[in-house]
Every structure is written in C-alpha cells, then in structure tokens.
Write a protein that binds this ligand. Structure first.
Ligand code: ADP
Ligand code: MG
Length: 264
C-alpha cells in the first residue's frame, strides 16, 4: 500500500527540501518505488534532483489546474533512482488559479490518485508557508514529517503547524496526524539541542525519530551538483543519516502493519 508523506514546516531553511530529496533517494536504495513531488515554487527539490526547472514544459502546476494528466508531468531524477513531479516559479500562480477551481484543497490528492499504485512512497516537499499549496499537500498525504532545528523558537512555530494539521485532519483529510518529527542540522554538543529534544519527546513521544540529521557540509553541497548526497558522497555522514531515517521509517511501517494485521 502506498504511503504519502508531506515534508512540512512553514519555517524556511529547516531542511524540508534536503530531507525530501535525500529521503526519496534513501528509500529508493531499499528497492522502494518512489515519487518525489515538488510543491514549492522555488523548485529547489526539482533542481536538487538534476532537473532544470527553467526548461520544464509541464510542471506540477499544470497537474493541479487539470491542464494535463499527472503521468505526462513526471520526470526521472538524474541518477535514475526515482520519479519527480517537478515545479518552478510558475507555481506561484497556483494560489490564485486554484481559487477559481472546484475542490481547490484536494487537487493534488486527486492528481496523485492516478499514479499512486505505481509507488511505495510518495514524498511531498512543501513550501515555507501555510498556503493553499501546503494545504493541498496535507490533504494529499497519510502523514506529516516535520523537519526542525533544535532551537528555541522552533517550538513556537510548531504549534501553528500542529494546529493546521489538526484542522485538516478534522475537516479535509480525516485522521491526518504528525507522522514524525525529524531533528535536522543536529549538534549534540549544543545544550539547547538536548533541552529541545527533551521537550519534543514530551509532546510527541516516540514520534520523534531516533535518527537525527547532523549538520554536514556534503548535504549542503550536493544540490549544486543536482544530486542527492547518496550519489554525491555516499559515505558522508549526511547521506548515512538519511539512509538511517529511511530504515527507521520502513521499520515503523512494518511494525504498524503487523499491529493492524494488514499486509502489502
Ligand atoms: P527548507 O526546504 O526547509 O527551506 P533546505 O533543505 O533548503 O530547507 O535547507 C536550507 C539550507 O540548509 C540549504 O542551503 C541546505 O543545503 C542546508 N542544509 C539543510 N540540511 C543541512 C544539514 N543537515 N547540514 C548542513 N546543511 C544543511
Ligand atoms: Mg525548501
């Protein structure tokens, strides 16, 4: 059964795109079929997969507006390991375009339904806002992964996001929940880091991933080569951390399935 995860946090620069691209690449090494959806007009995830956002004839915008079918907008990432539904600056128009259309909050959900059966995991990289694009991502997903830096103000922003997830779970996507909290750019030597980790565990329990992603320059360099860290430098700490995250996600999934007694 396909699992769709939105990578969301309305704060910019917390590692959403880095997580989306590297988690997609890491899950693919476990022989999972992956689709990465770029829902940010900045198109960073698109570029980070080696796809030139400036040369896109068709993008996720055309899929959202219904101008094209999802299959026609799909690309293969440069390394060939997973599929990408790319975005570029045109997507800024979506905020206005979608207002004119019916079911404006669930356009992505419907678009993904057409191709879902071809994938084990769909990863949606959200923009740094609680906009209609993020709402579409949250309505389309089964769970939300929240990347965050362990700093003081990070927790404040989190309650707005958790509130939005709750409302969407109430009205638009029944049962939607925080799937996991991912600590990014992690530095265990910083005492605030440990304090914030403690608070996160208090609120979210074992939904805080055991793996934390360390600050690692390879993760920052890889996008300029259009590559996930696993391709750019597979032995780097960053690449290995995301592999660990993929393993943790797959194990959790298996455990959850065993508990509910479902297979697939
Ligand atoms: P967001 O998508 O939330 O805006 P990004 O993934 O683009 O965040 O990350 C913001 C910046 O931080 C980028 O320049 C990225 O390369 C860098 N970065 C992200 N995660 C790490 C990390 N673990 N170590 C070092 N740099 C990172
Ligand atoms: Mg981003």
């Amino acid at each position: 059964m396909t699992k769709t995860f939105a990578i969301a946090n309305q704060k910019g620069g917390v590692g959403k795109t880095t997580t989306s691209v590297n988690l997609a690449a890491s899950l693919a090494t476990f022989n999972k079929r992956i689709l990465l959806v770029d829902m940010d007009p900045q198109g960073n995830a698109t570029m980070g997969c080696g796809i030139n956002k400036n040369l896109l004839a068709i993008s996720v915008l055309d899929v959202l507006t219904g101008d094209t079918v999802t299959e026609k907008a799909l690309h293969r990432c440069e390394s060939g390991a997973f599929d990408v539904l790319p975005a570029n600056g045109d997507l800024t128009a979506a905020e206005v375009e979608l207002l004119k259309l019916p079911s404006r909050e669930s356009r992505l959900r419907h678009a993904l339904a057409r191709v879902k059966q071809n994938y084990d995991y769909i990863i949606v990289d959200c923009p740094p806002s609680l906009s209609l694009l993020t709402v579409n991502s949250l309505v389309a997903c089964d769970g939300v992964i929240i990347p965050m830096q362990c700093e003081y103000y990070a927790l404040e922003g989190l309650s707005a996001l958790v509130g939005t997830i709750g409302k969407i779970g109430q009205f638009l996507n029944p049962g939607l929940q925080v799937q996991g909290i991912l600590r990014t750019m992690y530095d265990p030597r910083n005492s605030l880091t440990n304090e914030v980790t403690g608070q996160l565990r208090q609120h979210f329990g074992d939904r805080v991933y055991r793996i934390a992603i360390p600050r690692n320059v390879r993760l920052a360099e890889a996008p300029s080569y259009g590559q996930p860290a696993l391709v750019y430098d597979k032995h780097s700490k960053g690449a290995l951390a995301y592999l660990g995250l993929a393993g943790e996600i797959i194990r959790r999934e298996k455990a959850a399935r065993a508990q509910t007694g479902t297979t697939g």
